[in-house]
Design a protein around this ligand. Structure first.
Ligand code: MOS
Length: 746
């Protein structure tokens, strides 16, 4: 469908202004209802029974003792859970989930922690005690949770080409200056503070599901398919999220266990996934090995790039991390080959984790660039500047808006890069600690998806805005309100934004950093159309001074209707609705996404430069990330305050990725054994460096009328490489296995 291209919004009193989140007071006062906060009369609790083997079959389940325990209502297994269906293959951008086998489908066990039964009881303690009393016996088969992935058989049998041009093998063979190394990153577990949870209410064949979902519309469609009911019989509600980092994008088996239990018992069921189960069955970033080969001429111009990665996936699903997503367009190079491979392991199915693909991919690639710069004796900032492409060489498309060079030069200036002594370990701070300075470039996809937004202008002088998207915590409520306020002049405090309900006009997923870019055009269009409705009403209302005028002669600005350009005689819009005895006027705006659009003319990406400083005290083996300067080119920031937050949070997560986070599988049992926040270490306040965030302000009007791209993930890309590059500068030690451990530096 051809859409009229909306006018770019170049000036605004509210868009681009640092704005506190409108939902902040609800959160800080405890009034915000998170999914597991929902409670209903007669609600009962479910607690899953998890497999204690990583491969094999269930030979028997003895629930007789558990069933007789106090408060127990049911123990469901593959024998009695009732119908749960598979979804048809995902067509386009719908019906997405990563673990496709419904829970309790049969006797098969393919990873440690897989659900094998679920206990339902009156209290959560009773349910948990009953779950622990269920005796499951297994016929075990050998499992494999080994993290060595290179040179092992892949699912496809041979590497899959991701991007290719020229002849990388020949160029590598003939080059004098080259680099070849393998970079390994561990499985990482999403640890949002809010646990995954489902509260399922079943009544008269209809399900109301309070879920921790980054995509309520997709969640509804998947659940309807798996429960075998029409989509209109399922409503998914996620008013607030205590983040998700991608782990909550697609439905996971606990949601089906809760819904099926509610259906079977005909009463509300609450299931909260425990922290240890969060390491098993709600996705993770997979273990990855990446071999990167680079060749350059003496001046530093890249001659060849080869990037081969292999990631683990589960036994039943094919999850591809996509590490080479940016390999084809990041730098100018005539000969490029990137390939992917998947290796099966007895683990839960991996999933997207903040910056899937690009984050581990750029750790490897930007480390390799640093190593090449050292070989060539070229400054690492210069090496990147030297290889700036003029267009996306993987597709031939022009870049919609790319300012990577400026990110690098502005970042270098802010960081003080000119003072860097490239020799290893010679720079010291005032306290005598050794300093290391490292740099990495980064990128992340920019796009938009289909979205609908409804705007209702009401008699009481307020606006109601609805969209079936959700706020992961990044500020979507506020961004949507800003857009409508920009168009209508209705202040934020008189704008109600309602989201997180699959029954609302379908909105984007809270993922891919594209929610803002996707809702912008639809919200603007809805506000414009609702304004037109209002002006039309003004011309047709008895007793209204605008009666008989043409709507074209009127305008709706700053919340009032007036003759175009005249400040006198203006009427607050609520007065017009009152005079007409119309409670509200409303309109829906729609925009179409870019996925699968054959007419897409541009290569849309955001860019950035990450500069990191580490301090190293070899005498006490203490390494700290002391300072990060990050410069981001992600179009216009709708709300610079929330955007800065996103980048700061991502930098802290990057410290965790570089130095702390790894899910450890016990090779004997296949269990993720550090499955708690005591044993799986994430970065905390004490680990935070001083963070300097700069946004380059280049609105990308090819993407949407606001020129906004999105900032949820790019802040994490490049950080781990910047840190390990800095560590090399301080210590001379190159870390190619994350997380960096202090032993590596001794
Ligand atoms: Mo993000 S990993 O798309 O939530």
């Amino acid at each position: 469908m051809e859409q009229q291209k909306p006018q770019p919004v170049t000036e605004s009193k509210i868009v681009g202004v640092p704005t506190p989140r409108i939902d902040g007071p609800l959160k800080t006062t405890g009034a915000a209802m998170y999914s597991s906060d929902h409670h209903f009369p007669g609600l009962v609790y479910a607690w899953p029974v998890t497999a204690t083997i990583a491969s094999g079959t269930i030979s028997g389940i003895d629930a007789s003792a558990a069933e007789k325990m106090p408060g127990v209502l049911a123990i469901y297994t593959h024998k009695n859970i009732g119908p749960l269906y598979r979804t048809p293959p995902s067509a386009g951008f719908s019906m997405i989930l990563d673990e496709r086998r419904p829970p309790l489908e049969d006797e098969t066990v393919s990873y440690y922690g897989q659900y094998v039964a679920v206990a339902v009881a009156h209290t959560v303690e009773q349910a948990r005690a009953a779950a622990e009393a269920v005796k499951v016996t297994y016929a075990k088969t050998p499992h494999n949770t080994n993290d060595k992935l290179l040179d092992t058989p892949t699912v496809a049998g041979k590497p899959k080409e991701v991007t290719k041009r020229g002849d990388a093998a020949a160029a590598l063979a003939g080059a004098t200056y080259k680099h070849d190394a393998v970079y390994s990153t561990p499985a990482e577990t999403h640890n949002p503070i809010e646990l995954h949870a489902s509260v399922a209410v079943y009544k008269d064949g209809k399900f109301t599901l309070y879920e921790t979902s980054q995509a309520v519309v997709n969640h509804r469609d998947v659940m309807a398919a798996m429960l075998g009911v029409p989509p209109e019989n399922v409503q998914v509600i996620t008013r607030f999220l205590g983040s998700g980092f991608g782990g909550k994008l697609w439905p996971w088996p606990h949601a089906m266990l809760a819904a099926a239990s509610a259906r079977n018992l005909n009463r509300p069921v609450k299931l909260v996934v425990s922290r240890s189960m969060m390491f098993q069955s709600v996705g993770h970033r997979p273990t990855i090995d990446q071999r990167v080969q680079l060749a350059a001429d003496k001046s530093g111009k890249l001659l060849a790039i080869r990037h081969d990665y292999v990631n683990h996936t589960s036994m039943l699903d094919d999850y591809d991390e996509g590490c080479a997503e940016s390999t084809g367009f990041m730098y100018s190079c005539p000969n490029v080959l990137a390939t992917s491979g998947l290796v099966r392991r007895n683990v839960g199915t991996p999933t997207s984790m903040r910056g899937p693909g690009a984050v581990p991919g750029l750790y490897a690639f930007e480390s390799a660039m640093d190593e090449l710069a050292i070989k060539l004796d070229i400054d690492p900032v210069q090496l990147r500047l030297l290889n700036e492409p003029e267009k996306d060489e993987s597709t031939g498309q022009p870049f919609s808006s790319r300012h990577l060079k400026e990110c690098l030069t502005v970042g270098a200036e802010k960081f003080g890069w000119a003072k860097r002594n490239p020799a290893i370990g010679l720079m010291k701070d005032a306290e005598g600690r050794t300093l290391g300075w490292g740099v990495a470039a980064c990128t992340w996809i920019a796009t938009r998806t289909d979205a609908e937004v409804n705007v209702e202008l009401r008699q009481d002088g307020t606006a109601r805005v609805t969209c079936g998207t959700q706020d992961i915590g990044g500020g979507t409520y506020t961004a949507v309100a800003q857009m409508v306020s920009h168009e209508t002049g209705i202040p934020l405090q008189r704008t109600d934004v309602v989201m997180g309900d699959s029954g609302l006009p379908p909105g984007p997923i809270s993922g891919g950093s594209w929610a803002t870019a996707s809702v912008v055009p639809a919200a603007l269009q809805a506000a414009q159309q609702a304004s037109k409705q209002l002006l039309l009403l003004a011309t047709k209302t008895d007793g209204c001074p605008f009666k008989g005028k043409s709507a074209d002669e009127l305008e709706f600005v700053d919340g009032v209707v007036r003759m175009k350009g005249q400040t006198s005689g203006a009427l607050p819009f609520g007065e017009i609705l009152k005079a007409a005895n119309v409670r509200s006027v409303s309109a829906t705006g729609k925009s179409t996404g870019l996925f699968g659009d054959p007419n897409q003319k541009f290569s849309f990406h955001s860019y950035g430069a990450q500069f990191a400083e580490v301090t190293w005290q070899p005498e006490i083996a203490r390494l700290r990330v002391s300072r990060v300067v990050t410069v981001i080119d992600a179009g216009r920031m709708v709300n610079p305050r929330a955007a800065r937050n996103q980048i700061e949070g991502a930098v802290v997560m990057g410290v965790g990725m570089a130095m702390l986070e790894a899910t450890e599988y016990d090779q004997r049992s296949g269990a993720p054994i550090n499955a708690s926040l005591a044993d799986y270490i994430v970065a905390v306040n004490a680990d935070c460096p001083a963070i300097d965030v700069t946004f380059l302000d280049y609105p990308d009007f090819n993407l949407n009328p606001l020129g906004a791209r999105g900032v949820g993930e790019i802040g994490l890309a490049g950080i781990a490489a910047a840190i390990t590059n800095a560590v090399h500068h301080a210590t001379g030690i190159r870390v190619r296995n994350l997380p960096l451990r202090i032993e590596d530096l001794l």
